[in-house]
Structure formats: C-alpha cells, structure tokens
Design a protein around this ligand. Structure first.
Ligand code: SF4
Ligand code: SF4
Length: 441
C-alpha cells in the first residue's frame, strides 16, 4: 500500500485518535517519520482497554503497526508498554519474532507515561519541543485501538462504528465492552452490569484528565472509560470548582514549597512550565513578569500538580488551564522555545500509578474487569458530527432515511476533518448540524 492510499482509507473510514482529542489518523501520516510508536501505556488509573485489546488481537495490531511503518518509510516501530502488563507482553512475544523492525519498550508503571511527549522520550530519548509536534522529532504515535481500527479499515474495509469502553467503579461487574458510537451512557451501563450506588456520578475518561458526564452523555470515538463513583466521592466533589475561590485559596495557603513544579511531568523534561511560579504570581496579583503566565501554554493538563503533588490541596492545574484558555482565545502564541536539559532527578520523581490510585481514593475499584469485543446491541444512537480535531463532518442523510451500519452519514469537510458513519442500521430520526439520531425500533 502506498502512503496516499493509506491516508485516503484512514480519512474515509473516519479513523481518529481513539482517546484524547481525536486527531484524525491520516493527518499524522508522513514520509518524514523514522519511528512509529504504538502507545499501550494507558497510564490513568483504572483504565484497561488498550492492554486488553492488544492481548486479544496481537497479530492484527502488530502487523498493522509494521505495515504503517513500512508505508511511511520509517526505520522502526516501537511498542511502548508498561512492564506490569505481563499478559499483554506474553501475547506480544509470540508475535514479535515475525516483525524484526518492531521492538517493545517496557516502561515503569508511572503516571503520565502515556502522555505522548513523555512516551517519545522514554522510547527514543528524543525531546519534543514545548508547543511542538512529535513529527518534529520524526516520530508519529498511535494508540492501540486506533491501530486496530486502521487494521479493520485496511484489511476488512470497515469504518469506525463502535468504541471500546471500560466501565468500572461502582458497578457489580466491571467490564470493557464494545458499543456503537453514539450510545448514551445509560444504555452502555446496563450492558456492563448493575450500578452499586444510588447517587452515581459519571466520570468520562480517566480520573486525572476526564470530565464529568451524565446518563445522557454520548459515547464518541474518543471515549475510553466511564468511571462510576458516588456523588460524595472526594474526586467528584473536587471537580466542582469555583476558580475565584481557588485563586483566593492560593493567596492564603500556597507555601511555595514548589512540589507542584518538582513533580510536573513536563517540567522534568525541560519544558518551561513552573506551576509554583504561576501560583505565586496569582497569590500576589503580580503581573510584572508575564513569562510564567505565558508558559501555561506548555501545560499538558496531566493534573499531577493538583491531584497528587500539592500538600495544601490547591488547584494549580485548574488555574493554569484558565490562563491557557485565555491565551488561546486572545490569540497569544507562546512560541516553541528550546527545552532546558532533562532534570537529573526525573527518574526519582515519577509518580507510581498504584500510589496515585490510592491518593485518589480509587484502590478498591482497581480490580480485574472482563473484556468482550463483540459489539453490544442498542436500539438508538446520537452520533456527533464532530468527534475529532478539525472541521465537523457534514450530514449527508435526511430524517426518515433508512441507513445501514457502516454507511457514511457525515462526509469529511475540506481541510482537517474525518468522516462519520452510521453505527447501527435503522431509520434516521433527527438530523442537525451537530448530530444525527438513528433508531432501529
Ligand atoms: S505544591 Fe501547592 S503549596 Fe506547594 S508551591 Fe505548589 S501550589 Fe503552592
Ligand atoms: S497539569 Fe500541572 S503537573 Fe501537569 S503539566 Fe500542567 S503544570 Fe505540570
């Protein structure tokens, strides 16, 4: 397969990063890459689907990784995986001998190893510049599910119509299930088991970087997990923040211990982000040096400073993210400065995932969960036209149309975009610019 055909297939089949921001997969494909990394680190507590999917389909995923490497003209492919994922590593070892340009890089079970900037350093020793893209270091990164979706598109002609989701926490049978894209949270949960709290809250994604959802939140191509917790769980209570209050708390309680900066995953790689400086400036309302504020652009949002490091329970990440959003909306570009040398203490300052899980009050939910790769049946879906970075897809069906599973219902826009497909067969019951509803009843 040549590069242009691979890109066309990925775009038409609607393949976007299956997790995170949903970057269209085709847009990363370039002959400038010399290394392709498969991200199977999945560092957020309680998330399990990538290690489960790779253990279940090692041959398909590794052969597709090697095929992408070859098509891009890259020298090697690296599977980044946590050393504790022993079952997945065992499954891979039976496959890797057939792929001599693919190697495995085992990393410590620390957070946030799955951050692609961190993983690129771990796997290749290269540093992505602050504000830069992996391709500047000749690297492209795909996660396990994205690579599996590419395999399905290239070898089976299948578009992305379903999503694997780990449903864990306050549920009697924690499970990773495959549901049609556009399934509502309440419909997905009944497929997994019985909720074990009367006042559930739904955390969409991991406990460090996820957001609060509700029963009607839609599962998109980027939804990795639904973590069900009681509304009174500390993690949920802390997500309801008033930033005015948080700034006042910074004024009264930040002792400038700088633990937030010492443990910051990007600071350790030499990126100029220093949360303690921003907290000091906020506390003193000191705007004499704007560089600290400007450097908020280089925060990855990993949450270590706020949910793990700060002994005072303050909210540096939330305050930094507010500045970051402000910079973006004001059109201020912080540039791409050269990074400082990697911190000599970096190895000792990695955050062990089991300790993080305990600190978040989630240890009791860190239990084995079942894995079922068959697509669950649901009778209704609401499919967003924008599940990716870039321009939304354009609806190409009308209310009353009959559609088949896999049929295109949103064509990619000009520029960066991705196609959207019917995830179930049935009748289109509603079409707006933002979503299309389908019912099979
Ligand atoms: S860790 Fe907390 S108290 Fe210490 S400098 Fe950072 S925000 Fe202030
Ligand atoms: S969230 Fe905090 S620890 Fe993470 S990159 Fe941003 S400043 Fe650093």
């Amino acid at each position: 397969m040549n590069l242009e055909t691979l890109k066309k297939t990925a775009r038409e089949c609607g393949i976007v990063g299956a997790g995170g921001a949903g970057f269209p997969a085709y847009a990363k494909m370039t002959d400038k890459a010399d290394t392709v990394i498969l991200n199977c680190v999945e560092c957020e507590p309680l998330l399990k689907l990538h290690r489960q999917l790779l253990a279940s389909h090692p041959e398909e995923i590794v052969s597709m990784l090697d095929e992408v490497r070859e098509t891009l003209g890259a020298k090697e492919a690296v599977i980044g995986i946590k050393s504790e994922y022993t079952e997945t590593i065992k499954a891979l070892s039976g496959v890797l001998s057939d792929h001599t340009s693919v190697r495995m890089e085992q990393v410590r079970p620390a957070y946030p190893m799955g951050d692609e900037v961190v993983l690129i350093y771990e796997a290749t020793g290269r540093i992505v510049r602050p504000g830069g893209l992996p391709i500047e270091q000749n690297v492209v990164v795909y996660n396990v599910e994205t690579m599996y979706n590419l395999y399905q598109a290239v070898h089976k002609g299948k578009s992305v119509t379903s999503k694997m989701v780990s449903i864990v926490g306050e549920i009697d049978t924690p499970a990773t299930v495959r549901v049609p894209v556009g399934t509502l949270v309440k419909d997905a949960i009944v497929l997994a088991g019985k909720v074990t709290t009367e006042t559930p809250a739904y955390l969409m994604g991991g406990p460090m970087m996820g957001r609060l959802g509700d029963e009607n939140t839609i599962i998109t191509k980027t939804t990795n997990a639904i973590i069900i917790l009681d509304r009174a769980h500390e993690l949920i209570m802390k997500m309801d923040k008033n930033l005015d209050v948080e700034r006042r708390r910074a004024s009264s309680a930040c002792c400038q211990c700088r633990t937030c900066t010492d443990l910051c995953s990007r600071h350790a790689l030499g990126h100029p982000i220093e949360p303690h400086r921003i907290m000091r400036a906020v506390a003193n309302q000191d705007v004499s040096d704007l560089s600290g504020f400007q450097n908020s652009a280089f925060c990855s949002g990993c949450g270590i400073c706020e949910k793990y490091a700060c002994p005072q329970g303050l909210s540096p990440k939330s305050i930094i993210q507010e500045f970051k959003t402000g910079l973006r909306s004001a059109g201020i570009n912080a540039g791409k400065p050269d990074p400082a040398p990697v911190s000599e203490d970096r190895e000792y300052r990695k955050v062990p995932v089991h300790r993080l899980t305990a600190k978040l009050g989630l240890s009791k939910y860190d239990v084995p969960s079942s894995f079922d790769d068959e697509v669950c049946k649901v009778s209704r879906v609401r499919i967003p036209m924008s599940q990716h970075i870039g321009a939304p897809a354009n609806p190409v069906v009308q209310t009353g149309d009959m559609v088949r599973e896999g049929q295109i219902i949103g064509s990619p826009s000009e520029g960066l975009s991705a196609g959207v497909h019917a995830s179930i067969s049935g009748t289109v019951t509603n079409v707006t610019e933002k979503y299309i509803e389908i019912s099979s009843l």
